[in-house]
Design a protein around this ligand. Structure first.
Ligand code: PMP
Length: 296
């Protein structure tokens, strides 16, 4: 039995350490590539079709011809995942990612499908304490420069934001403002506020439409919680009753503070966040906070 995870690279399933990409690959040289990442719950992949739909839209935005069909990507993804499942620790789960770069100049695209275990232990405390959010000084790349709606390799804007925030508090998560001063998104994450029982989140036009964002919105509708996409600024954040972040890995994680201002009455999680998290857990068949908290 292999002790090493495998990846799919350009037609072959091979051990991860044998996967090699050219130093001339445009994905490496320019970040000229797209990707998408889902996760597993109990080893079962979550909303693969939705992630592949977003992946193919990102490819179209970058004017890249997909070298494989969506069905082929789904089949390869399942093959790679199944080969790697025996290597998961107990109660572990994977991030599962598809990537396509434009390849070497004049060549064909580079195609990669890979898995990596979710970092439950490092992130567990956020379910106990809540996530402190800091707004960095730099703004999210505006759609006029590059659409945040496509999931592309170029993450420098979010990397710079992370560095700025980590220098202040290594536990904090960045949420950037857009060019108009409205709350936008952070690295790998969408932001939600709760005010007077209603759930509020920035408009889809200026953020990556997270699959977990959409899941949280759908669950809110099912629970008869009102949801509004709106321009939200720091006033809204500072005066919110609750806030939470959604992402593939976190699903829903409570926010404890915004720039040091404690959110609401400091209950972690707040009641609406709690209801949505329970509904999310029920839907995926995993106690989401419990899976993180078991690592503390
Ligand atoms: N915004 C950005 C910039 C992201 O990279 C991600 C991660 N894909 C998200 C939001 C959240 O999306 P999802 O819920 O699909 O993980």
């Amino acid at each position: 039995m292999t002790q090493e995870r495998v990846v799919y690279l350009n037609g072959e399933i091979i051990p991860e350490s044998e996967a090699k990409i050219s130093v001339r690959d445009r994905g490496f040289v320019y970040g000229d590539a797209v990707f998408d990442t889902t996760r597993t719950f109990n080893g079962r992949i979550f909303k693969l079709q939705d992630h592949l739909d977003r992946f193919f839209n990102s490819l179209r935005y970058l004017r890249m011809e997909p070298p494989l069909s969506k069905q082929e990507f789904a089949d390869i993804t399942m093959q790679v995942l199944e080969a790697n499942l025996p290597l998961l620790e107990e109660n572990g789960d994977y991030w599962v990612t598809q990537r396509i770069t434009r390849g070497v100049p004049g060549g064909s695209p580079t195609v990669l499908v890979e898995c990596v275990p979710l970092p439950f232990a490092q992130r567990a405390k956020h379910y106990r304490d809540g996530m402190p959010v800091i707004v960095p000084s730099i703004r999210r790349t505006p759609p006029e420069a590059m659409s945040p709606r496509a999931k592309m390799h170029n993450y420098i804007n979010l990397v710079l934001a992370t560095q700025e925030v980590e220098a202040q508090n290594p536990d904090a998560w960045p949420i950037l403002l857009d060019m108009s001063g409205n709350l936008c998104e952070g690295p790998g994450a969408n932001i939600f506020l709760v005010k007077d029982g209603a759930v509020l989140t920035p408009r889809e036009q200026y953020v990556l439409a997270g699959i977990s964002r959409e899941t949280a919105i759908d669950l809110a509708h099912e629970l008869d919680i009102s949801v509004k996409e709106a321009d939200l600024d720091l006033y809204d954040a500072y005066t919110a009753d609750e806030a939470f972040i959604t992402s593939t890995s976190f699903c829903i994680v409570p926010v404890s503070s915004f720039n040091g201002n404690v959110i609401g009455d400091a209950a972690i999680p707040g009641p609406v966040t709690q209801r949505l998290t329970q509904a999310y857990s029920g839907m995926v068949g995993v106690d989401i906070p419990g899976q993180y908290l078991s690592r503390l």
